[in-house]
Design a protein around this ligand. Structure first.
Ligand code: NDP
Ligand code: 8X3
Length: 256
């Protein structure tokens, strides 16, 4: 029986790259997200290209009821999830704290923290029953450091960092691995979302250096998942070579 990976936020960026890579590795997939058309298209591509089975769950991770209903609707054999990739997440806005938009704050906290918890609560129970599983939590360099105007996004990713450590302790008796992946700049739709569709501003984030690609992160996640049973990667920070931390980034030596 092929292994199963459940990927939240598989409609774009890192989640989509993980779906492609895990399908290539022969995993059956549960792909989730809010954009139904994209989920259908990715489902079609994956099942046409690889000899795998895939399920779509069209859910907003912020909606506790929807998450529960969608996850519980899976047939029992699909609840034997081997790998959960808690990837759905976003940043909205980049303003100093006194100018921040409280709706943006709600969106980030509800998605990055509460959404991750709603999914983890249900799927970790399935893993506890089987006494096996691996949870990958997408943190960020923003969860290790704080930068100007990053305030609430950084706070949500610090929360993910903390939950990553907490999950590892609580799930230890059940043999469940928990890994935190903390990237620096990855060129995805992330900045477009942060700047609310301002593609010009988003493009500038990645100008003059080679950012990480979604595939770089998917490969890192695969490395963690493919370690032997006795090995767990607790925590990985992965940066573009041009970026030392959130405030030191060299432009003009790489990609124009
Ligand atoms: P993208 O914007 O390219 O992808 C984000 C994914 O999250 C989409 O599939 C989106 O799906 C999903 N998503 C967002 N909100 C929700 C929601 N409420 N319910 C369900 N799904 C949701 O960004 P990335 O691939 O870059 O980001 C993936 C993760 O990596 C995030 O947690 C991000 O914080 C983290 N990260 C990103 C970095 C970067 O520089 N890009 C660096 C460090 C960490 P849909 O819109 O269809 O719902
Ligand atoms: C995304 C990376 O530095 O824009 O998590 O916060 S950063």
């Amino acid at each position: 029986m092929a292994k199963i990976a459940l990927i939240t936020g598989a409609t774009a960026g890192i989640g989509e790259a993980c779906a492609q890579l895990f399908a290539k590795q022969g995993y059956n997939l549960i792909i989730t997200g809010r954009r139904t058309e994209r989920l259908r298209k990715i489902h079609r591509e994956l099942t046409n290209t690889y000899s795998i089975k895939a399920q779509i769950l069209n859910m907003d991770v912020r909606n506790k009821t929807e998450v529960k209903t969608q996850l519980e609707s899976l047939d029992p054999e699909w609840k034997a999830v081997d790998v959960l990739i808690n990837n759905a997440g976003l940043s909205v806005g980049l303003e100093p704290i006194h100018e921040g938009n409280t709706d943006d704050w709600d969106t980030m906290i509800d998605t990055n923290v509460k959404g991750l918890l709603y999914v983890s609560k249900i799927v970790s129970n399935w893993m506890v029953e089987r006494k096996q599983g691996h949870i990958i939590n997408l943190g960020s360099i923003a969860g290790k450091e704080t930068y100007a105007n990053g305030n609430v996004y950084c706070a949500t990713k610090h929360a993910v960092d903390s939950l990553n450590k907490a999950m590892r302790i609580d799930l230890l008796p059940y043999g469940i691995k928990v890994t935190g992946i903390h990237p620096g700049a990855v060129e995805t739709e992330f900045s477009e979302v942060r700047f609310k569709g301002d593609t010009e501003r988003a493009k500038k984030v990645y100008e003059g250096y080679e950012a990480l690609s979604a595939l770089d992160i998917a490969e890192t996640i695969w490395f963690a998942v493919s370690r032997p049973a006795n090995v767990n990667i607790n925590d990985l920070v992965i940066m573009p070579t041009a970026q030392a931390n959130t405030s030191h980034l060299v432009r003009g030596r790489g990609k124009e």
